[in-house]
Design a protein around this ligand. Sequence first.
Ligand code: A3D
Length: 320
Amino acid sequence: MARPKIALIGAGQIGGTLAHLAALKELGDVVLFDIAEGTPEGKALDIAESGPSEGFDATLKGTQSYADIAGADVCIVTAGVPRKPGMSRDDLLGINLKVMKSVGEGIRDNAPDAFVICITNPLDAMVWALREFSGLPHEKVCGMAGVLDSARFRHFLATEFNVSMKDVTAFVLGGHGDTMVPLTRYSTVAGVPLPDLVSMGWTTQEKLDGIVQRTRDGGAEIVGLLKTGSAFYAPATSAIEMAEAYLKDQKRVLPCAAYCDGVLGLKGMYVGVPTVIGAGGIERIIDIKMTKDEQAMFDNSVNAVKGLVEACKGIDSSLA
Ligand code: A3D
């Protein structure tokens, strides 16, 4: 059987890391696409030259031609611009919307059967626009944010409790932005919910609130430290987890920006929700019941995403 083909649209910081991880994990042959001449070719060759030492079997190709992504099984999209200090994700909307148009059309014409994972910010609006421009089925187009946001939450919690990250699960809902909703009630250490751990004296409510806020600000914390761009190691790892779930039909339960129509009280929009990812793409969305407070936070986040989608429609009339 031929190896799967993984197309990475955007060969910047995240794109290069995705290529390296996909090769190391032997997920398939990798095509790196970018408009910046030399960048995808250089990164592809550099990673391929690490193959003999690492011992992986995967080919890597860099390109400026969409024809090279033909027949891709997975496309991961990072094309666009990242944040600089002082910028919000929403400041990227105008530039990245134009990029989504060319990328969406490139995927539509060359890899219409692919499972598409968008990473470009502002995530929830860009994945919506990418789906509109590509015309692919909704269940085959999703956005990576929840896996990263919950990984950040898990990291902070495991550090606070001094336990293995493997035993910490975390649940994050809503748009990928300042309004994201980390749900403490559904986040656990080996099944014990966070509010119970507060009662047991493992931490204080004040510290837990601080961790929730640090999770919401997790992207900005890295931007502030790096100064020249945004996070890329953990975002790439998160998207690879989703790609692997699709390619190996793992039926992983992962939070991601998925098309919600008739679930969680939503009508036809992309937002971060718990999903099941398998060979069918987004196979199921878990329609959880929220408390009044959680629902209010979620509604606030949903409204922020709706505002960005409306802004996209204002910029590109073909989306209206
Ligand atoms: P960067 O290193 O700048 O890479 C972006 C690449 O896109 C560059 O190599 C550009 O040449 C390329 N590019 C620009 N326009 C096009 C085009 N039309 N077609 C193809 N390639 C193009 O950025 P990065 O890799 O650090 O980040 C990529 C995106 O991911 C940004 O929008 C970030 O904001 C976003 N991001 C999202 C998350 C989430 O959790 C959702 C986390 C971190 C970064």
